[in-house]
Design a protein around this ligand. Structure first.
Ligand code: AKG
Ligand code: FE2
Length: 238
């Protein structure tokens, strides 16, 4: 990480918070899976909310992703860089309006790198290899939305997934690479939290069984609901 990135996205000051959460202090949930509570400052959260609002307006609208079985996902999603639809990536949102998705901005690459360094320590735990996320999946959860246990496996890269949460708190269920079931660990993700999963945890099943409506601090810029942004390397070109 460059000094410039550190200045743009400073780590949150360490401070005790209720329930044992310590802002900015990484805790290892499984090998390669790290939770950093309160990593994003309220200002950074507001900036992310503003960026997500703009992406949600177009060129591809925020929408419930249609599933091959005929249903729709309960979360609403918009993508940046590459468009994800079950179960592949493309540059155009062929299952929505056919538009090319917004480009992946440089500041989001920097944020991903800074996040990796915060979770794994300087250098991101992968010497000689620069993390270069090229897609972001932006999910919006209202009070009833959930996400079933799944693996993020459409990427042709085993680079870590960086997950940023803003708004209402949720239960994030982080499991194992073999089954959707136990063993898993339930982690509460609150506004500003960072969660990174890479290495032996990169292809672990995970999901969001519950969102707690009304738990967001309005200072983050969301009046209701939960926003989650995952940054990934697709490993794709073109
Ligand atoms: O909302 C979250 O915390 C997780 C989202 C997720 O797993 C995904 O977008 O693949
Ligand atoms: Fe996922």
């Amino acid at each position: 990480m460059t000094e410039g990135a550190e200045a743009l996205f400073p780590r949150a000051l360490v401070s005790g918070t209720p329930g044992g959460r310590r802002a900015g202090e990484p805790s290892v949930i499984a090998p390669g899976a790290v939770h950093v509570p309160g990593w994003l400052s309220p200002e950074r959260q507001r900036e992310l909310v503003a960026a997500c609002r703009a992406w949600a307006r177009g060129p591809v609208p925020l929408r419930h992703t249609a599933l091959p079985g005929g249903g729709v996902m309960s979360v609403r999603t918009v993508c940046v860089g590459w468009h994800w639809q079950p179960y592949r990536y493309s540059r155009t949102a062929d299952d929505v309006n056919g538009a090319r998705v917004a480009g992946f901005p440089g500041w989001l690459v920097e944020l991903g790198r800074t996040a990796l360094a915060a979770a794994y320590g300087q250098g991101g735990g992968e010497p000689g290899r620069g993390y270069t996320p090229d897609t972001a999946l932006i999910n919006f959860y209202d009070g009833a939305a959930r996400m079933g246990m799944h693996q993020d496996k459409e990427e042709r890269s085993d680079a870590p997934v960086v997950s940023l949460s803003v708004g209402d708190s949720c239960v994030f269920r982080f499991g194992n690479t073999r089954t959707r079931g136990r063993p898993y660990t339930d982690v509460e993700l609150a506004s500003g939290d960072l969660f990174v999963f890479g290495g032996p945890s990169r292809f672990a099943y995970h999901g969001v069984p519950k969102v707690y409506p009304g738990t967001a601090d309005p200072a983050a810029g969301l009046s209701g609901g939960r926003l989650n942004i995952t940054l990934r390397e697709t490993g794709l070109t073109g």
